[in-house]
Design a protein. Structure first.
Length: 491
C-alpha cells in the first residue's frame, strides 16, 4: 500500500483546521459587514448614518425602559415600533463600538423596576420617561431622548376598541442618527437668517417658510435665529453662518456693506435667490458670482406639443466640490422653479469659484421674459448653484493669517422651503452646503443613499436556505473532509 508523504497529511490537517477555525470565527465574531434580509430594508444604514458613526469618538450609553398595558392596542403597536427600533439599534452597535446598551429594562419585573429607579436617581431622569431610548454621553453631561412618536407614524385611536392598527412610516434611523449627531456636535453653532427684505421666515410653517430646515438644523446641533439690521448694527460676532433665503424687497447699500464686512472678516454666507433682483447681486458680483438677467426655462415635450417649462430638472452636479461630491455614491435629483442662472468668474486671485449645479443642454436663459427661445438666447447648460471661498496661498508669508470666507449661492429658494425641502435630494444638498460653509466637511454625506449593494431580497426560499444551511452544510463539510482523509489513508 502506497503511503502519502507526511507533508501531504500535515497540509490536509492544516486546511481542515483552518476551515473549522474560519467557520467558528464567522459565527462568533461581531463583524461590521452585515446583511439586511428584512423585506422593508429597515436595517440598511444610509451613507449619512455611516458617516456619523465613523465620526463618533465618545462613548454613548443607551437606556431602554419599557412597560406596556396588556390588551391595549395602542401599547401593542408602540411595542412593535420600539422593538423594531431596538433591532435597528443593534446595527448601530455592531458598526460603532462606542455605542453600547447600558440597560434594557422591563419595568413589570421587580428587579428591573428597582434598577430603573436607581438609574433615574443617578442620571436625573424622570421615572415616567419610559417606552423610549435614552442616549447618554460617557461623561453624563449630554442626553438625547428618542420617543416612540419620533420613531414612527402610526394609528392612535382615541378609544381602546381592539382593531388592526398600522404603522404608516418607520423613521427610526433618522431619529437615531439625529440624536447621535448631537454627541458629535457638542458645541452648538449659531445661524442667523436675515428677515428684513421679505425673506423666508424661520418660524413660518407654511409652504413658503423654512421651519422644516430650522428643525433639521436644530437636530444636528445648530441654533437658528432671525436677524434684522433694523435692530442690529452689524452681523453678530457669534454668527457661524448667515442665511439670505428668497429675498423679495430691495437690499439697500448699507445692508450690503454690513454683509460685506462680515464676509471680509471670515464670514460664511448662504444665498438662495428670489425671483427678482434685490441688490444682493452687487454683493455677489464682488465675490466672483454674477447673477444673470432672466430665468432659466427648460424644453418640455408633451406629445406633439413643445413647451418651455419654468420647473427645471438639474441634470449635472460638480463631482469635485465637497458639497456635491458625495452624490456620486447614490441617486441625485433637484428641481428648481423660476431659477436664475449664475456665471462663476474663474479669474485667478485669492478667491476660488466653482459651479455646484448645472442644467441640461435643453435649457436656456429667458432674458426678455417672453417664454420663448429667441435667436440670442441659445440653448445650453446653465449654472444654477455655485460656491466661492478664499484660497490659501501656496507659499504663505510668515505672518499670514488665513481668512476663510465661504459663500454658496443657489439660483432658486425652492429647495430650502417647506414645500420642497424633503423632496428628492434637496435636504441633502442644503445640509451639505450648511456643513461645508460651517467647516464641517467631514459631516457632508449623501444621506438618501442606502447601502443597497449588501441587501438580499427576503422570501420563503431564502428563509429555508438560511435555516437548513448551518444545520447540514457545515457539519457536512467536516464529514466529507473526514471521509476524504479516511480513504487517503487506505491508499
Amino acid at each position: 500500500m502506497t503511503r502519502l508523504p507526511p507533508a501531504v497529511w500535515r497540509s490536509a490537517c492544516a486546511i481542515l483546521l483552518a476551515g473549522i477555525l474560519a467557520m467558528l470565527i464567522a459565527i462568533t465574531y461581531r463583524h461590521p459587514c452585515r446583511f439586511d434580509l428584512s423585506q422593508d430594508r429597515e436595517s440598511t444604514l444610509t451613507g449619512e448614518t455611516l458617516n456619523r458613526l465613523a465620526l463618533l469618538g465618545d462613548d454613548v450609553r443607551v437606556i431602554f425602559p419599557t412597560i406596556f398595558q396588556e390588551g391595549n392596542p395602542v401599547d401593542e403597536i408602540r411595542s412593535m415600533v420600539l422593538w423594531r427600533a431596538r433591532a435597528l439599534l443593534a446595527e448601530y452597535i455592531a458598526r460603532q463600538p462606542h455605542i453600547r446598551m447600558h440597560a434594557q429594562l422591563d419595568l413589570k419585573l421587580a428587579g428591573n423596576a428597582e434598577e430603573w429607579a436607581s438609574l433615574c436617581k443617578e442620571h436625573d431622569l424622570s421615572p415616567t420617561q419610559v417606552n423610549c431610548f435614552i442616549f447618554l454621553s460617557g461623561d453624563g453631561r449630554l442626553r438625547q431622548v428618542v420617543g416612540v412618536d419620533e420613531l414612527a407614524d402610526y394609528d392612535k385611536p382615541m378609544d381602546r376598541v381592539p382593531r388592526k392598527l398600522q404603522v404608516h412610516e418607520f423613521r427610526a434611523q433618522a431619529a437615531f442618527t439625529a440624536a447621535l449627531t448631537r454627541f458629535i456636535n457638542r458645541e452648538m453653532k449659531r445661524i442667523y437668517a436675515l428677515q428684513d427684505h421679505r425673506e423666508a421666515a424661520t418660524e413660518d410653517t407654511g409652504p413658503g417658510g423654512i421651519s422644516t430646515l430650522r428643525k433639521k438644523l436644530e437636530e444636528v446641533g445648530v441654533e437658528i435665529h432671525p436677524l434684522s439690521f433694523r435692530k442690529e448694527p452689524k452681523v453678530p460676532a457669534d454668527c457661524d453662518l448667515l442665511l439670505v433665503i428668497g429675498a423679495e424687497s430691495p437690499i439697500d447699500e448699507e445692508d450690503r456693506r454690513r454683509m460685506e464686512d462680515y464676509l471680509r472678516s471670515g464670514g460664511r454666507l448662504l444665498v438662495a435667490l428670489g425671483p427678482r433682483r434685490t441688490g444682493i447681486e452687487a454683493l455677489l458680483d464682488g465675490w466672483k458670482v454674477r447673477v444673470q438677467t432672466g430665468r432659466v426655462l427648460e424644453r418640455s415635450i408633451q406629445g406633439p406639443t413643445v413647451k418651455w417649462d419654468e420647473t427645471v430638472e438639474v441634470a449635472e452636479f460638480n463631482p469635485l466640490h465637497p458639497v456635491t461630491a458625495q452624490f456620486r455614491r447614490g441617486a441625485f435629483g433637484v428641481l428648481l422653479t423660476d431659477a436664475r442662472a449664475l456665471e462663476m468668474d474663474q479669474s485667478s486671485d485669492d478667491r476660488a469659484a466653482q459651479y455646484l449645479l448645472r442644467t441640461s443642454d435643453q435649457s436656456f436663459i429667458d432674458r426678455n421674459s417672453n417664454r420663448q427661445p429667441d435667436a440670442e438666447e441659445a440653448f445650453g447648460q446653465a449654472v444654477v448653484a455655485g460656491a466661492v471661498w478664499r484660497k490659501r496661498p501656496d507659499r504663505p508669508p510668515p505672518d499670514y493669517r488665513h481668512v476663510d470666507s465661504r459663500i454658496v449661492v443657489i439660483g432658486d429658494a425652492t429647495p430650502l422651503l417647506n414645500l420642497r425641502f424633503e423632496e428628492r435630494s434637496h435636504r441633502d444638498l442644503v445640509m451639505n452646503a450648511v456643513n461645508w460653509l460651517m467647516g464641517r466637511e467631514r459631516q457632508v454625506a449623501a444621506g438618501s443613499t442606502a447601502w443597497t449593494e449588501r441587501v438580499l431580497p427576503w422570501n420563503e426560499q431564502i428563509q429555508a436556505f438560511l435555516f437548513w444551511t448551518p444545520i447540514f452544510l457545515f457539519p457536512g463539510v467536516v464529514v466529507c473532509a473526514g471521509v476524504f482523509i479516511y480513504f487517503l489513508r487506505r491508499l
